[in-house]
Design a protein around this ligand. Sequence first.
Ligand code: F3S
Length: 414
Amino acid sequence: MILTDEQNNILHGSQGPLLQKYMQWMVRWGTAMNAERLVPVHNVHVSGVSAPGHMVIGMPDGVMKGMKEQIWDTTSFKVKAPTYTHVARITLDYADERGLEPDQQQFQHEIIERARKAGIVLTWSCAPYLVGVLPGKGQICAWTESSAVIYANSILGARTTRNGQESATAAAALGVVPEFGVLLDKNRVGEILISVETDINNSLDFGLAGYFAGELAGLKIPVFEGLPSIPVEAGKQISAALATSGGVTMFHAIGVTPEASSFDQAFQGGTPKGKYVFDGQAKKEVLNKLNTIKDGMIDHVMIGCPHASLDEIRTVADLLDGRKVDNNIRLEVWTPRAIRRTAEDLGYLQVIEEAGGKVLSDSCPAISRVSQGKAMATHSCKQAHYSQQLLGNKVALGTIEQCVNSAIEGRWLS
Ligand code: F3S
């Protein structure tokens, strides 16, 4: 890789051992990915600023803690680009309730203090674009959450590869990333075509289309033809579903997303390597596949994966207004803490709590791993998938309206 004089000096220790270590990681990563240079990063979404244990399946706490100490050196640094946190392992205001051991809690607080001193903004969300982190078209970022990576690349037209906790932390400290993958025009070309030949009526339908396409795309870039315009909530669902069933980094929707005003622009003048149809039958098959509750019995309703927008919280509050969640159901809405506060100001939170629901922030069931062995209803293909895979739950998947009405009824209303 070609480095500037300053980058070379950092690599040789001119700004201390921590930045030297991060620069070594960057150079090794960039070399492995055939990057020619490091380029400035506009903003960073960093993960790993949360308690050790359970975030990596099967990894003992000690190993996880060691990894974190490797990343979060006690030496301080200041971020070189605006940096925002992904979710935490726990709902930070309720650490005891969430079952963290005292040493884990202490370690959690140390890490948070280091992050705060580094100038990292503690957004605690998988959907940074909901709380004002909105890079413009062409701006380079280093984001960690896979669904947010797709949202940034596809819907905002920004540019980010899929980052891990090490690369994002190094990007925050150095203000640069290796230039490879979707950071380059030539790697943003559509590869397979998904022809949408069914009604897309709500965010759930966008999620089902995304789940269908992700399974076919794997690591390729799918191009949708026939999708309507994408509201933010639908953008969350299609991005999260694509990242769940596939390893997608971005998609195009012809006539909708910023780099796909036409078929030719989406494929950069080329032709698709595969063509598939998402029709009513395909939609039903994805829904059936993710729906594993057949007897209507549910005990947990989860809204907000990726984290709920203010409008989704308003929808839940409107549906619950003057009604009660069934006593045997736990209804949770997960959202960034900034949106939770706004929902409180607007009275939505009180309506939901009076009905017996909870509005929680900072984490989610799949990450905190506290809702195992449940019969969970959700509006999110991603939560439906991971709730089964990671938590061993049974799942009912439907619209937000179906989920909330089912919580009131005490059984799944299919
Ligand atoms: Fe966010 Fe958790 Fe879903 S981190 S995307 S709410 S699995």
